[in-house]
Write a protein that binds this ligand. Sequence first.
Ligand code: PAF
Length: 279
Amino acid sequence: MSQPEVVTGIGELRARLEGRRVALVPTMGALHAGHLSLVDRASELADTVVVSIFVNPLQFGPAEDLERYPRDLAGDLAALDGRGVAYVFAPDASEMYPDGRPQITVRGGAVAELFEGRSRPGHFDGMLTVVAKLLGIVRPEFALFGQKDAQQLFLVQRMVRDLDIATRIEPVETVREPDGLALSSRNRYLSPAERAAAPALHRALEAAASAGDRGIDAVIAAAQSVLMGEELVGVDYLKVVDPRTFQPVPDDYRGPARVLIAAQVGPARLIDNDAIYLN
Ligand code: PAF
């Protein structure tokens, strides 16, 4: 197995993929072991694996990290070496958006305005728009998304269902550092002290899960007490949602749920989540 071929044009990519069964791994580059687990799962699902690398300006707010978002195509290709990826699709913004901001975009609706969407207005509409374009360009049988971005995954699954897009969305478990920190391209922004504080998000999720049999207030209190113990972790939100609707669960809810945490740790906005069961 060798390095993937880098393709930058939509027409070129379509010509190469004609008649193939494809699994797509959409990324913004700065690949880490979390992305590589998506790639490995993709190669179990289809003969031709395509990784897209595109830092999508549409999903960044004006005060966000679009300019300094890490870009390292050579490093990304080295990481993919020998992993069975046929093509890396690495278009520039003028290939994806030849007229600048597109006139027609995907709107994520009510769920896109909660949680991450409240803190990052327009983020999910921009993300869904680029994912819809990538699915239209590549026409994959499968597209793989990490569970770490649970709200993104939920919205992509809804988009595919609501718009009858013929791609199966395959969720892949979060990959973690040995101390529990979920892998993220933004972890590289952390100073050593911030890096040491960041696993509090995962510890809070574990505390939440172990309080599941005492009800929602106990779940929130358990997670909060872990997070409050780390002064470098500034919590943005801590929520428990129904995985079927992604809406916050009512106080008397019983059944499967997902705990979501977002926090500012120094310059990095970190998110994490896990499944729990509320008795
Ligand atoms: O999760 C990401 O890296 C991005 O949101 C995605 C799905 C590649 C769309 O730009």
